[in-house]
Design a protein around this ligand. Structure first.
Ligand code: SF4
Length: 180
C-alpha cells in the first residue's frame, strides 16, 4: 500500500483541479455514472436527506447466477436516472458534503500500489503541495474504507444463502433480499 507522501507526489506531478463541469456525474458511456457505495455511505446519505435506502441506492447491475434459480450481486450503487446520478441537480452535487468516496477522490483511485487516473478535463491543473496532500489523504482513507468493506463482504459471503429464485445483494451488513 502506498503512503500518503508517495500518493501526494504522484498526484502533484499529474495535477488536478475540479472545473465543476459535472461530467463525472453524468452518463457519457456505458455505466460511466455508476458510483459504488458502501452501506455506511448509503446510511450517511439517508441521514442527511431523509430518503429511504431504496431511494438512495440500487443494486450493482452485474448479477451472478447462484445455481438455484437465484442470483446475487455484491455491491450497491447510487441510484441513477437515464443519464446522470440522481443527486446531480442544476449541474451540482446536491449531497456534496455527504458524497461517497468515489466522488470525493475522482478522477483518482488507488488499486494496491497503483494510482489509476480516469478521464477528466481538470487533469493537468497545477496543485499546491497542501492540496495534493489533501487529495492523497482522501485516496488513502478511501483505500482503507474499501478494504474494510471488501473484508466485510467476504465474511458475509462465506455464510450467505441465496434463496431459490431470489435476487439478493450481499454486502458487509448481510444478505438483502430484493423485492420487485
Ligand atoms: S453523489 Fe454527487 S458527486 Fe457523486 S455522482 Fe452523484 S452528483 Fe456527482
Amino acid at each position: 500500500m502506498l503512503g500518503v507522501d508517495d500518493v501526494r507526489d504522484q498526484v502533484g506531478s499529474i495535477g488536478f483541479g475540479c472545473r465543476g463541469c459535472g461530467a463525472c456525474c453524468r452518463r457519457v458511456a456505458e455505466d460511466s455514472n455508476l458510483v459504488i457505495v458502501s452501506p455506511a455511505e448509503v446510511r450517511a446519505i439517508m441521514a442527511a436527506t431523509g430518503m429511504a435506502w431504496d431511494e438512495v441506492a440500487e443494486p450493482y447491475p452485474d448479477f451472478i447466477d447462484a445455481g438455484n434459480g437465484g442470483e446475487y450481486t455484491l455491491a450497491w450503487c447510487i441510484r441513477r436516472t437515464a443519464d446522470a446520478c440522481i443527486f446531480l441537480r442544476d449541474g451540482r452535487c446536491s449531497i456534496y458534503a455527504h458524497r461517497p468516496w468515489i466522488c470525493r477522490t475522482y478522477p483518482f483511485m488507488l488499486v494496491d500500489d497503483d494510482l489509476l487516473v480516469s478521464e477528466c478535463p481538470g487533469l493537468g491543473t497545477p496543485l499546491s503541495p497542501g492540496a495534493a496532500h489533501d487529495v492523497a489523504l482522501g485516496l488513502c482513507r478511501r483505500q482503507v474504507a474499501e478494504a474494510a468493506e471488501e473484508a466485510g463482504v467476504r465474511a458475509v459471503y462465506r455464510k450467505a444463502r441465496v434463496p431459490p429464485g431470489g435476487r439478493v445483494v450481499i454486502d458487509s451488513e448481510g444478505v438483502k433480499v430484493l423485492h420487485d
